[in-house]
Design a protein around this ligand. Structure first.
Ligand SMILES: Nc1ncnc2c1ncn2[C@@H]1O[C@H](COP(=O)(O)OP(=O)(O)OP(=O)(O)O)[C@@H](O)[C@H]1O
Length: 284
């Protein structure tokens, strides 16, 4: 697990003060990482990692602890640069446009590429409704109350939580179960209609039933949003992902992708012996 902070640290304004709107549907987008090398201080932790994450698909990043999966994921929406010692080389293209282009604002990347973290991190004192709307700070247009209500419903339906909370939208988000809180965080991330959703071990703190609900939610969401998920759970990778990338960092060397491709093929007929050993639980 990464040592980076897991929760957004910026102060969220009161929802009534936020400028909100129901954004139009955005077309599906592919993410293409090219020759990504990453450092923390002097230490190189990823070495020339390239990966295409196709539009409308779920890509799983798998591999043993410490091989750089979370670092790679955070590079995909410019969170890596929040660490003072962190450096980066390479390109990340969202539908052909480099999110690291100096002409582009950091907020452009965050608007298009949302993130769900390992530990559910709703704003506990805010209501369920406010939690969803809190994701809207980045949009810039005002909207009516009915638009906001429609957006809250839209996000909670897609987050797979609507039926469980529709009668208590003003109850605090902190009062939900862990699995419900994680789906609330998914709903919050959907409020700005991201084109890509990054998920860093989103089920590792959840029981098997909540895990299955989140997996079903992901499979539904993938019709509208490209998803990239880090998971240690091989069954989960096999159940939800279309494509898979196996990361590995040999002792004292930076992480690389050993093998990537169609998930079913990688699990049934891996090309590299190390992939074979990993997916069959022989190490990691
Ligand atoms: N903020 C940080 N400062 C310094 N080194 C870091 C930082 N975050 C991660 N690292 C190092 O970078 C390497 C890759 O870490 P990362 O969290 O990306 O791996 P991971 O594959 O996601 O691991 P896990 O599966 O345990 O979450 C590790 O050696 C880790 O110690």
């Amino acid at each position: 697990m990464s040592t980076l902070p897991e929760a957004p640290t910026t102060q969220i304004p009161a929802v009534e003060d936020a400028y909100v709107a129901v954004p139009p549907t955005r077309p599906l987008a592919a993410l293409d990482a090219r020759e990504i090398t990453a450092w923390f201080g002097e230490r190189k932790v990823l070495d020339r990692v390239s990966l295409n994450m196709p539009a409308g698909q779920i890509t799983a990043l798998i591999g043993p602890s410490g091989c750089g999966k979370s670092t790679f994921l955070r590079i995909l929406n410019r969170m890596h640069e929040l660490v003072p010692s962190a450096q980066l080389a390479g390109e990340v293209l969202l539908d052909g446009d480099d999110i690291y282009d100096p002409q582009r604002k950091l907020t452009d990347a965050r608007r298009s590429i949302g993130m769900v973290f390992q530990k559910p991190n709703p704003f506990p004192a805010m209501s369920i409704r406010e939690n969803v709307l809190a994701g809207l700070k980045l949009t810039g247009a005002k909207a009516s109350k009915s638009d906001r209500d429609a957006l809250v419903e839209y996000c909670l339906v897609r987050g797979g939580l609507w039926n469980e909370v529709k009668d208590r939208l003003d109850a605090p988000g902190g009062g939900l179960s862990g699995g419900q809180q994680q789906r609330l965080c998914i709903a919050r991330s959907l409020a700005i209609k991201p084109r890509v959703l990054l998920m860093d071990e989103p089920c590792s703190a959840l029981d098997p039933t909540s895990t299955r609900v989140i997996e079903e939610t992901m499979l539904e969401l993938a019709k509208e949003v490209t998803i990239v998920i880090v998971t240690h759970n091989m069954q989960q990778a096999a159940r939800v992902s279309n494509t898979c990338a196996f990361f590995l960092a040999a002792q004292g060397t930076p992480g690389v992708i050993v093998e990537h491709g169609d998930t079913a093929a990688m699990f049934s007929n891996p090309q590299d012996q190390r992939t074979n050993d990993y997916v069959n639980g022989r190490f990691g």
